[in-house]
Design a protein around this ligand. Sequence first.
Ligand SMILES: [Zn+2]
Length: 498
Amino acid sequence: MVPLNRRDMLQLSAACGLSTAIGEAAVSQQAIAADSAITPAVREQSPIQTRMFWTWDHSTEWALNRLGAHTHGSCNEYGRTTQSFIDDYSALLRWCGRNDVDAVVVWGLLRDGHGGLEAARRLCEVAIKENVRLLCGVGLNAYGGVYYEGNSPYNLERHLQANPDLYAVDANGDSTNFSIDAIGTRVSLSNTSTPGPRGFYHACPSRTENQEFVAESLTWLFKNLELGGVQIETGDTGVCQCSLCRDRRKHPADTFSWEDMALMYPLAAEAIRSVAPEAWIVCETYSHPEPYQGPKAAPGFGDGKAAWADESLEKFPRGVFIQWVADRYLRQGDPDRTWTDKGRVSGNGLRHVMRAHVGTDWGWGAFRGEVALEWIAKMVQQSAASGFDGISLFGEVSTFHTGAELNYLALADFGSSENPQSDQDSFIERIAGPLLGGPSHAVDFVSFAGLLDARFPDRRKDIPTAIASIHGRLAAMPPDIARRWCWLANQLASFAYV
Ligand SMILES: [Zn+2]
């Protein structure tokens, strides 16, 4: 049994999606496409063209003071109400529409527990109104399929339960399905007494019945929801090792498979485009583009690109976004993981999006709502220099939390025509300063927030001094500026409080 840290699980990603008839969906997507086409010329000249948020439904908390949000994780049960789901994402989508964030990925978009298709339809209406693309997270061989949870024929668990011969198997022919318990250990799916993720189910990608299920599900999704697109994944919690899959693959695969992506992404894209030709399709790679140097036979989540990745990428559909992950090369401090010129991505009909787990409590030394300007700047700078024109961050935390607000505004600003070099001083001067009482205050704000940087634990001894300094400023500040400083004071205090 492999101990699996709960946080490690979360590097996994992962699930789901309707209205109206094809005609209406097509019209709305065309409307979005048309708006994109008239993007101001200044934006066309900026290094970063596309900005996205990535979210799980169960952890997204933009409607404050409601019950039931998780602060962490993937594949959890949904603990909020349908109204909270709609209010959370309506607030998030509105913020994006007003702050130049182009798309929001929702994993768990379709669940019976928060209103199923009808609630998702409401969010599509908000997204269209705000000119933001709502992207359904869809696991092709894992993560619930198109309809993440519920009594739908397009739910992957239900499909597999009805057709048990279509499950993925390990090299011994045993099930690859699992759950994890409260301390992060893999457990059998039959152990239902522990809280946590709902379980991880895997389909064999080689079976044509599963391929047809994916195509049929995606066609249904876009016939019934006015989505802006999808983020699709083949799964990074284990791959099928049946004889069909082993004979098909030329290269090793452990937690995920480039060859499975090359098999599934084209057929998924074909199904989507048969209904929604303008839909954005974001294809996850679970990888960093820097060539992987070993020692594992097959690189894992967040590791560098496998030696055989390029031949798989050649088989990916054209016109899609390829999504990569930065963390191990961004903030892990590993001298063997440096992003070099070898880690450039090529266009060749593909656009590339880099994402990182900053500002979220998914391991990687981060915590939810941290001020992560340094990391976001570095990611955007390196990405822009390496052929990327898209950036994605987690967007689950409300902008009431000033750390998240600053991170999101940095996402909007870095790599833009206003700040093509992702200069933090420029951001402080133009954007953070007015929100925090002026540039010099803003410099202090970022400095104080840095006392929580996990790389420098000794800094935390300075927290009491910083809090005293903050309290001394509050009386002279207007309410909204004081509120942001109060957030930081209490955030710091929470790390010093015993
Ligand atoms: Zn298989």
